[in-house]
Design a binder for this molecule. Sequence first.
Ligand SMILES: C[S@@+](CC[C@H](N)C(=O)[O-])C[C@H]1O[C@@H](n2cnc3c(N)ncnc32)[C@H](O)[C@@H]1O
Ligand SMILES: [Zn+2]
Length: 203
Amino acid sequence: MGKRKEKKKLTKAEELRRIEKLTKRGRSDYVEVRGSVIHGRGVYAVKNIPEETYFIEYVGNLIDKDESEKRAWAQYEEHEQTGAAAVYIFNLTKKWDLDGNVEWNPARLINHSCEPNSEAIQDGKRVYLQALREIEPEEEITFDYGFDIECYQDHPCLCGSDKCVGYIVGREYHKELAKRLKKAAKKEEAALEKTDDEADEEK
Ligand SMILES: C[S@@+](CC[C@H](N)C(=O)[O-])C[C@H]1O[C@@H](n2cnc3c(N)ncnc32)[C@H](O)[C@@H]1O
Ligand SMILES: [Zn+2]
């Protein structure tokens, strides 16, 4: 039976150097953080970003699956209490995930859009944001959070795109969401008609 390798505890100086290195890796000349029209803070292009460019690295802490599960539950509980949706943990390998919920990772502030201009690309144990098309200066950077369709009501989308589907759900669920919204609208209409009929009967 193989012994699990203990993670070496870093000295304070080593930890500072590690974070300094990751902070540098997470910086990008292409973008800056600003107040967003979509939500809170967001990330904006400050110069032209050609299609397919890896324009910022999504940095964070490598965590093993046990730790990842713990953090995912903690984030889920926070979501239950505050409504905040967590989108910081990337699945990297069978053993490792990447938790980007650290202040030295500006890419964590990228908002979701139903018509995104970038996507997260994994390269080994590293994750980058790649432009899906040419992005012009002043455009807000967005990507598809890929949320599941269950509990879609908890995540209304304010991306403002003409193609906005109203809720933050992954592209693969857009069709299914349209079906569910249609069904819900019909149900609401029927309930309204019933209340109108009941009111008429009372007259
Ligand atoms: C990873 S944060 C993104 C940065 C966030 N704007 C901030 O200032 O902290 C994810 C949160 O941003 C908000 N958000 C992101 N995209 C959104 C969208 N399209 N519509 C509404 N809220 C959005 C949601 O509250 C989500 O839980
Ligand atoms: Zn939207």
